[in-house]
Design a protein around this ligand. Structure first.
Ligand code: DGJ
Length: 735
């Protein structure tokens, strides 16, 4: 068992292959955090708790005259609130008497084989081959009888610890739950950096590293989605940690709605991390007996720097998150109609584009926005998911059949969560959208958001999606969501429950996805929210790939994909080759570089293939063949970032290494060209230092040690935005 309770020291010990997590029941019943980091053999580390009498640090009643015991500075596993701990709390409850106090004390615990699951929300699952266990510890507030059960899932071999919390109103009065963090982790010191991934539409998940300073640093979303602006993933790392060395802790939230991540350095230089649903606009009314689950947080620790941390997340998200059979299947190479035609198409044009794509070697054609209702621009039609016969005379069924006759599979776009005012659906059900009564509404892309907290709306959408996927041969569905949510007010919730609407929306979304993906397991679902506005593990649970960004510029994509790669596996990132000048930036780069960058993800195309020359199509076909030949290596190998595009202006490089280290693909884009520049070398990673490698197409064999320590020269002939790839293979087991 990876979990044990050491009775003589009252210590819970969670162990994975390389890390330990310890917590202790204090003599007054509080659950104190002791340690999370590199694996240690100890089971009693009480000495770490150095108690002191500190001014203005209150002492709980049960401590009697002991002025050294104060929650103001002790590391807590799940903080109390209103009992003398002034740091940002794990929980906020308004009790029946109006007090805002929660003082959870350990009442019982249980250790189970296997990994717990969360009702109604995605969470990691354990395969038969996984050694995974669950610890549940219940903390009760004696006065109100409200309790929280802390859930810990320990994936021993995979070095992952998951956390979740279930709140229960065990008393007999109505409570309000205003905050419930999925995970709180208290560190004894704060000499760390914080890494997070801010961004915007078309420039998602940029890399930001900052020293942790006094006060509260919080990031999060209140847009109804996990958002383009901040991703629910952050890293706390040692000050000198880098790609290959140093301790780092990852925090990832399996949630697609409003989230919060906090790093608070307190008065004593200690650090508290909180992660969970954003308490902004959140309040749940809890009747006696009612329970509430916080979404799952996935924690990882690595002493091997960012690469080590990335490998832990990539492995667990590839193997224990995506439920679709496509999670492990090679993905089709697709061509998408959006940048080729936007809203301006009819059946003939679509068929011409599809026909011209066949020679490029793609597998699947995706019809994007514009096929339904009165959708000739983005001002109308959302909600009317019936085909526009003026554009597509034989309907989706007819179009799909014709595309299949060309030897291509067929995929389609939909944006189920939205409605246009100019639509039949809105005229029939204006009450189905989120909109506060008596207030002018706020539009985004001229559309409104359906109220997915309502069961009738969810039921309707399940029927719409089921009919679409049942009535035509559809192998791929792109699920889009194109605005931030505002004006949150649900017509079916009473005043005192309006604070539940946003979380209920997310639960409604999960319910629809659950039913539809269950009913249509053979369909490959692709998530999208104006590109990567909802790129989070919960979406990956249902949708094994996500459109990484609406920005298809290969040079901008270097940064977007760099940031995305820290937590999310390559085979979840859809990346397309588009035309030049690029539609978002106006930049032109070679077809080769566009392909090299796009195969740092799930390769696809998004351009008018009718306009490609025969040479260009042949080039694309070779690109697709190369990608398919190396698919397993790219999709399932270990990923190494060889340079940081924010620090290295000269080139951006990355590397895929097979798990057995016998094969590797190195890709590099030159991002700045200087006159008479010094010779550049790129140092490789992840190879077997003792093995001999040859580079495809080149003479000689060299050790992994040499390639990693001296590097490979970047050809001086490479021009700005030009790229190069090297394929390495071992020629002999060991030196
Ligand atoms: C936003 C998506 O990210 C694009 O790829 C495209 O599908 C448009 N929406 C269509 O409206």
């Amino acid at each position: 068992m990876a979990i044990r309770y050491q009775a003589d020291s009252n210590t819970f010990i969670l162990e994975t292959k390389d890390c330990s997590y310890l917590m202790k029941v204090s003599r007054y019943g509080n659950l104190l955090h002791l340690y999370y980091g590199k694996r240690i053999p100890d089971s009693d580390v009480d000495y770490l708790l150095q108690l002191q009498d500190r001014g203005f640090s209150p002492n709980p009643n049960e401590a009697g005259n002991d002025r050294t015991f104060s929650l103001d500075f002790l590391q807590q596993e799940f903080s109390t609130d209103g009992k003398g701990d002034y740091r940002s709390p794990s929980i906020e409850v308004i009790n029946g008497d109006g007090s805002a106090i929660f003082s959870g004390k350990v009442v019982d615990y249980q250790i189970d084989k296997g990994k717990y699951r969360i009702e109604g929300m995605p969470s990691l699952w354990a395969a038969d081959s996984d050694r995974a266990d669950t610890l549940k510890i219940r903390l009760e507030d004696r006065e109100s009888r409200a309790s929280v059960t802390l859930f810990y899932g320990v994936f021993e071999e995979k070095n992952i610890i998951t956390r979740s919390v279930r709140f229960e109103n065990g008393g007999n009065q109505l409570l309000n739950l205003n905050r419930l963090m999925s995970a709180t982790v208290d560190y004894r010191d704060s000499e760390y950096d914080l890494i997070y991934f801010p961004g915007r539409h078309m420039m998602e998940r940029e890399f930001e590293r900052t020293p942790i300073r006094s006060g509260l640093h919080s990031i999060g979303s209140s847009r109804g989605t996990s958002s383009h602006q901040y991703n629910p993933f952050a890293i706390v790392c040692e000050r000198d940690a880098g790609e290959d060395h140093g301790g780092c802790w990852g925090y990832s939230l399996v949630y697609s709605g409003n989230f919060l991540f906090e790093a608070e350095k307190d008065q004593f230089g200690q650090l508290r991390i909180n992660m969970g649903i954003n308490p902004k606009h959140f309040s749940f009314e809890m009747k006696p007996g009612e329970t509430f689950w916080a979404p799952e947080a996935v924690l990882a620790y690595s002493d091997q720097g960012f690469s080590g941390l990335t490998h832990l997340y990539h492995d667990i998200y590839r193997e224990n998150l995506c439920r679709s059979p496509y999670g492990k299947r090679p993905r089709p190479v697709l061509i998408n109609s959006w940048e080729a035609a936007y809203f301006d198409f009819d059946e003939e044009k679509i068929l011409e584009i599809a026909r011209a794509s066949v020679d490029m070697g793609v597998d699947l054609f995706v019809l994007d926005d514009g096929w339904f209702g009165k959708r000739d621009d983005d001002n109308a039609g959302l909600g009317d998911w019936t085909v526009n016969r003026k554009k597509l005379k034989d309907g989706i069924e007819g179009l799909s059949e014709k595309i299949h006759e060309m030897g291509l599979q067929f995929g389609i776009w939909i944006e189920p969560e939205m409605v246009s005012e100019d639509s039949e659906l809105y005229r029939a059900h204006p009450e189905w959208c989120l909109r506060a009564p008596g207030r002018p509404m706020t539009r985004g892309r001229n559309q409104l958001v359906l109220d997915l907290s309502r069961e009738d709306v969810c039921g309707y959408l399940i029927d719409v999606l089921d009919a679409l996927l049942s009535n035509a041969r559809i192998e791929y569905l792109k699920w889009d969501m194109n605005r931030s949510i505002s004006d949150v007010w649900s017509g079916l919730l009473p005043r005192e429950r309006q604070g539940e609407a946003m979380h209920r929306y997310v639960l409604g979304l999960y319910r629809i996805l659950e039913e539809i993906t269950e009913k249509h397991p053979q369909v490959l679902f692709c998530g999208c929210s104006g590109g990567g506005g909802r790129y989070d593990p919960a979406m990956l649970y249902y949708q094994p790939e996500i459109w990484c960004s609406d920005n298809t510029d290969a040079v901008n994509r270097l940064k977007i994909q760099y940031g995305t790669s820290f937590a999310y596996p390559v085979n979840t990132m859809e990346a397309h080759v588009s035309v030049c000048p690029n539609h978002q930036t106006g930049r032109s780069v070679s077809l080769k570089t566009r392909g090299v960058v796009a195969m740092d993800g799930v390769l696809g195309y998004e351009l008018d293939s009718r306009k490609l020359s025969e040479e260009e199509k042949a080039f694309c076909r070779r690109q697709v063949e190369f990608y398919k030949k190396h698919y397993r290596l790219i999709a399932e190998g270990d990923y190494y970032r060889l340079s940081n595009p924010y620090e290295n202006p000269r080139y951006t490089a990355w590397q895929h290494v097979s798990k057995d280290r016998r094969e590797s693909l190195v890709s590099l884009v030159l991002t700045d060209k200087e006159g008479n520049a010094g010779q550049l070398y790129v140092k490789l990673k992840g190879l077997d230092p003792d093995a001999w490698y040859e580079v495809e197409g080149k003479e000689g064999r060299y050790s992994g040690a040499l390639f990693m320590n001296a590097g490979i020269p970047v050809p001086a002939s490479l021009g700005e935005y030009e790229s190069i790839q090297f394929v390495l293979r071992t020629v002999q087991e060991k030196k």
